[in-house]
Structure formats: C-alpha cells, structure tokens
Design a protein around this ligand. Structure first.
Ligand SMILES: Cc1cc2nc3c(=O)[nH]c(=O)nc-3n(C[C@H](O)[C@H](O)[C@H](O)COP(=O)(O)OP(=O)(O)OC[C@H]3O[C@@H](n4cnc5c(N)ncnc54)[C@H](O)[C@@H]3O)c2cc1C
Ligand code: HEM
Length: 405
C-alpha cells in the first residue's frame, strides 16, 4: 500500500505528462481503441481528469471496503463503452508504461510489482462486475415526444425498450449515435410510470455537444442509449422531517420526480418548493407547478426570478431573502438541484442559515466534471444567460408528438 501511495504522489506531480503518455501509448499500440473515446481534445482533458480522479480514488481507498462495490459498478457501467477484457489488458499495459515514464528513477521493481498487482485487482473487479450484472449494457430508448421551450430548453420523453429501474431524484447517462462516444448525465424528470416512459429536461449549453443536439436537433423516433441510474439525491422519508426543495433551471427535473412521488404518497410534514429561473421565460414547467400547488395542501411554492427590467443578478439576493424567511432550517431536509455553482452557493447559504450539512442533499458533479478552468459563480451564471426566444407557453409543442404535461 505504502509503495503505491508514495509512487502515486510522484506521478501526480507530473499528471499532465503521464496522461498524454498513457493515451499516446494506448492508441499507438491498439489503434482500434481510439474510436471508443470521444474525438475532441476538450474531451481528452475531461478524460484526463476522469482517469486521475479514478486512480486517486482507488489509491486513496485501497483499504476501504466500499472500493469493491464501486469498481464492480464501474465495470458494469463500462459495458456501455464496449470495454471488454482485452481492453483492460491493453489499458493495464499502457498505464504501467505511463507510470514508469512519469516516475523516472522512483520506478523500482517493487513499485512495478505493486502497481501490476493493484491494477489486476481493479481490472478483475471491473470485469467481474460487468460479467455478473443482470442489467443490459445500456438501455435503448426511443424519443416519443420532444417539447421545446424557447431556444434553450427541451423536455424529451423516452420509451426504453425494457424497464429501467431507478428512484425519483436519480440520473442516467445518455448518448446518441448522432454524437458518437459522448456520454452526459441527465436527471430523470418523473416518478416511475406504468408505461415505463422517462422524461429528460435538457438545457442547451452554448457549444455543448450533447445538449445542443438534444435540444435543437433530436426528433421523435430517434434512439438514445441510457446507462444505469445513479445518484444519491433520493427522498429520505423515514424520519418524516419537513422538506425544502431548491431547484434552478433544469435542476427542476429530479425535484419534479420526487414531488410526483410525494403526490402518490402524501407527506405528513410541509414541503416548500423554491424554483429559481433566469427569467419568467425559463419557468417552463410553471403550469404544472401551479397544478400541484392547487391540489396539494402540504405544498408551498416560491418562484425566484429577477424583477422585470432588473439586473438578473438580483435573483441571487432574492433567493437569499426567501431562504432566510423560511426558518426552521436546522430541523428539515433540503434538496438542492441545479448547475454546480448554484449548488455550491446555495449549500453555503443554507449552512449559514443553520441547516444541518448532513441533511442537505445534492448530487455533486462527478470529479470528471466539466472542463472549465474556473467555476462560474451563481451571479455570473445569471449574467451569462443566453438569449431566449420565448414563444407562447400555451402553444408549447412545436415539434412534439403528444400533449403537454
Ligand atoms: C448529476 C448531474 C445531473 C445533470 N442533470 C442535468 C439535467 O437534468 N438537465 C441538463 O440540462 N443538464 C444536466 N446535467 C449537465 C449535463 O450532464 C451536461 O454537462 C450538459 O448538458 C452539457 O453537456 P454538453 O455535451 O452539451 O456540453 P459539453 O460539450 O460537455 O461542454 C461544452 C462547453 O460548455 C462547458 N459547460 C458544460 N456544462 C456547463 C454548464 N452547466 N454551464 C456552463 N458551461 C458548461 C464545458 O466546460 C465546455 O467548455 C447534469 C449533470 C450532472 C453531473
Ligand atoms: C482500471 C480500469 C479503468 C478505470 C479505473 C476506469 C475509470 C473510468 C472512469 C471513472 C470514467 C468516468 C466515468 C464515466 O464516464 O462513466 C471512465 C470513462 C471511460 N472509460 Fe474507463 N476505466 C478503466 C478502464 C477502461 C477500459 C479498459 C476502457 C476501454 C477502452 C475504458 C473506456 C472508457 C471510456 C470510453 C470512457 C468515457 C470517456 C469520456 O466520455 O470522456 N475504460 N473510465
């Protein structure tokens, strides 16, 4: 263990070099593997972060009993990348070559032996997780409805070819053949339905590979691939504590799924929903929220948008004021969902208001995260609002095949 940690510390200082060497080695010696990875360099950076985040995680959790289930799940999920046992052998050889290269003189026979054995344990756990999973490698799901809200938001309804098990609040990774080898995570926007359909709420990121496709180009009839559901932001009902949901943008999707679940099994405590949007036009699900408010006596709703004509940044202050009016923070469960910077700032604000950090639930961006060098602040996020070409919410289904929800 000690040998691994010490030698990893040396490699970490030369991470950039090690990762470049790793991929050059891997792709040079195994030409077919290049096509399994995303084409652009941006994604190679993302991949670098992922690889090192994964290695760091593994090396720092070697004695943790939770490591094995993590690796088995990772292996199960790697089936969607079409990774087979032969690829693990190739990755292992390139990883050892890269570690040797980056370690220089610190690469002793003992270090080589320790890394070789550790990689074998990791690869075996992943291959075994893949082989013993009863889930399909991925779920094919047909787009059956595409509702577009303005230029930036779309709600896609998908019909998977077989049931995809999940809990309200979870997300899946999504890929389209039209944007090959690109997988991104999207929350599921509904509680499980009898007809097995699933909603994704997608916000278009400028220049974003998959989100631009899903919002502006994807059509009913197109097949998407979905990975197994993941994420820990699911309802904790057992203790019956009051609940607040705080959702920004399409962060509303998992909150909607959890609220639908509460509608089926009404809570004994009150629930308050804070919906944050860049402007009125981005409150795309307001009619449904109003319906819920009318039918659920336990639900109170606060919308937070900047006042018309006001600086968008004003929403930040409005959220702070609304949250400080709510009170009772130490005694309730809080679920926060939205862009990473929004989650960070809101969690911080809640802690200042006395909320119990252990009862604030959100899904942190995986270490793989974005390729941004510097996180956008909440204020900047508002300021950077893309232009919205909003159309009448009443005529909501320009390209859909069904009815509004
Ligand atoms: C747990 C989880 C759940 C998610 N759920 C949803 C959801 O329900 N709906 C949804 O629309 N998105 C959701 N996302 C975000 C989603 O996974 C993608 O990151 C997003 O759609 C961008 O992917 P892309 O391929 O379009 O952009 P990329 O091609 O990956 O990125 C293009 C550029 O935009 C930058 N960028 C990426 N994301 C953002 C961002 N949020 N803000 C500003 N710049 C960014 C990148 O750094 C890059 O420079 C979720 C993310 C996580 C981690
Ligand atoms: C010990 C072995 C490995 C570890 C620890 C590992 C770890 C990871 C992690 C943590 C991610 C990001 C999570 C995700 O997107 O689901 C990832 C993504 C990926 N892995 Fe692996 N992996 C391993 C082996 C392999 C092998 C053998 C292949 C097959 C060639 C492979 C191909 C990929 C691909 C294609 C991606 C997605 C890349 C992207 O979207 O940018 N991995 N890996």
């Amino acid at each position: 263990m000690r040998i691994l940690k010490d030698s990893f510390a040396v490699v970490e200082r030369r991470a950039e070099h090690a990762v470049k060497f790793f991929y050059s080695h891997l792709f040079w010696h195994n030409p077919g593997i290049r096509e399994m990875f995303p084409p652009s360099f941006v994604d190679m950076e993302r991949q670098r972060d992922r690889l090192f985040a994964a290695l760091t995680h593994v090396v720092s959790h070697l004695e943790d009993p939770a490591l094995l289930p993590y690796l088995r799940d990772l292996g199960r999920d790697h089936r969607k990348f079409l990774a087979g046992p032969e690829h693990y052998t190739a990755v292992g050889a390139s990883l050892l070559a890269a570690l040797a290269e980056a370690s220089g003189e610190a690469w002793t026979p003992e270090a080589e032996k320790a890394w070789g054995e550790a990689y074998q344990v990791i690869a075996d756990a992943m291959i075994d997780g893949a082989a013993s999973s009863e889930d399909p490698p991925w779920w094919d799901a047909e787009i059956v409805r595409h509702l577009q809200y303005g230029r930036d938001i779309a709600v896609l309804t998908l019909r998977p070819h077989q049931r995809l098990p999940y809990a309200p609040g979870q997300y899946v990774s999504v890929s389209s053949d039209r944007v090959p080898t690109t997988w991104r995570t999207y929350s599921l926007g509904n509680a499980p339905r009898a007809d097995l359909t699933l909603d994704l709420h997608v916000s278009r990121i400028d220049g974003g590979r998959l989100s631009s496709h899903l919002v502006n180009a994807a059509q009913p009839g197109e097949l998407l691939r979905l990975g197994a559901a993941g994420g820990g932001m699911t309802l904790r009902r057992e203790e019956g504590r009051p609940v607040s949901f705080i959702a920004a943008g399409t962060g509303w999707a998992p909150v909607r799924a959890m609220l639908e679940d509460l509608v089926h099994r009404p809570p004994e405590h009150d629930v308050r929903l804070f919906v944050v949007a860049r402007d009125q036009a981005h409150l795309y699900d307001r009619p449904l929220i109003e319906d819920l408010r009318r039918h659920c006596p336990w639900l109170a709703v606060t919308y937070i948008t900047p006042a018309p004509g006001q600086h968008r940044n004003q929403a930040t202050d409005r959220l702070a004021t609304a949250l400080s009016n709510r009170g009772l923070w130490p005694h309730q469960d809080v679920y926060v969902s939205g862009p990473p910077a929004f989650i960070d700032e809101t969690a911080h604000l809640l802690e200042e208001l006395g909320a119990d950090p252990a009862r604030i639930f959100y899904d942190a961006v995986p270490a793989s995260g974005g390729a941004r060098s510097r996180p956008l602040g909440f204020g900047e996020w508002f300021l950077n609002t893309p232009d919205t070409h909003w159309h009448n919410p009443a005529g909501r289904a320009p390209r859909g095949t069904g009815h509004g929800h």
